[in-house]
Design a protein. Structure first.
Lengths: 130, 130, 130, 130
């Protein structure tokens, strides 16, 4: 099962080549993660998920106002990390714009290592690919 | 006396029209403020200066890699606010790129109203225009 | 008649004080303008609307994941400019977060002054307040 | 030989956890690349270097106003791509904050595949590690 988030490329996302700046794909991934968490009722004020690894491969450029769908799933849930995968698709023509992978680790508000509540990992497991 | 900060327009600052995005002038103003504070030894962990008003007028566009100088001065120091003024000049040809004005209010880390230490306002007063 | 755009404060919108960075309100205004234009079928590849003036007044801070509605209307349509007004409301409690005003001028892709098609100004006029 | 670029973490770089947002490390890498190119006199208006792959590993968080040095070198120069490597060091204590790798491909202003001038690759070769 993949989570889906719809987005439109904003003017500020673009750069002087007329395409979405490569750093903004990472922000779009995070925006999708936010909505996934909201959809699961996982707004947890006490656990944060800073990134320890972030990787995108760019396949075809996005332009201003392009409609996109971000497909997001959980690749791995370890003891102290989660790996999220993303595919960003340009809905104008169905081409993959980028594929990304982001590894997060749970911490508390003081940046000390923490663990995700079992309730949360349970819900996230539904988004694992087999 | 005006504080000066040198900057080069970054690629991510630009948009699909090939010019610096209007929101990034505000960020450049804040970047200048940071260096002004550093130059005065005013790194104060306990007082923050959120903005209550921000205004830019755009005169001539900036492009990627343009060298700019930001001139910054203090327009007003009130009991509970400070007004900073900025002029952003394109050093390629000396044209004014933008003029900005930002009003800040001191708060503590919990966003409660605070006051600037007298030592700080004293130092800032040197940057007031008469 | 006011145009409405729903948004959720993203993690990257926030700063170390835990609130939405003041520059991001301007980006949210522009994002709203994009959707207004889309809703009117006004995607016009040949006319761009760079900003000549941008102003926000901040009333109450927004935090991560806050749901907001941006209300946008047209304050003025001149011969060579349009003034847009915005009110950003925190839907958690209905408080106004910020009020903004942005002045744009039509240019062509080479940044030469242009004019908006009569068809466009006609449609925008419906969003003028009286 | 490694290229060095000095930077200070800006307020807008931070997020609500009080640390530099992970997407901004990519922007800092690009900012460094800009200065490397400038230092080599490689401002070439006709060739652009969009990214096809971007990867950062985060080692220790950066906070507001932290002074950093970005070390940048060339890992690989292929027929149609260049791989840049980056190490971002927190000058407060010398800890590595992040390690990044970015792959770019030369294109012309219309996004058609292009090649770097031999003069440019020659100069970049000096920054290859052996």
């Amino acid at each position: 099962m993949k989570f889906q988030f719809k987005y439109r490329v904003a003017w500020v996302d673009t750069d002087a080549l007329g395409i979405m700046h490569f750093s903004n794909y990472f922000r779009l991934c995070e925006r999708t993660e936010q909505e996934l968490m909201n959809s699961l009722g996982l707004e947890d004020d006490e656990t944060f998920l800073p990134r320890v690894d972030a990787h995108c491969t760019y396949k075809s450029p996005l332009k201003f106002n392009d409609p996109v769908t971000v497909y997001m799933w959980v690749k791995e849930i370890g003891k102290s990390h989660i790996t999220f995968s993303y595919e960003i698709v340009n809905d104008l023509h169905g081409k993959v714009a980028a594929q990304c992978q982001i590894v997060v680790v749970p911490v508390d508000a003081k940046m000390k290592k923490s663990t995700l509540k079992e309730e949360i990992t349970e819900k996230l497991r539904k988004f694992m690919d087999e």
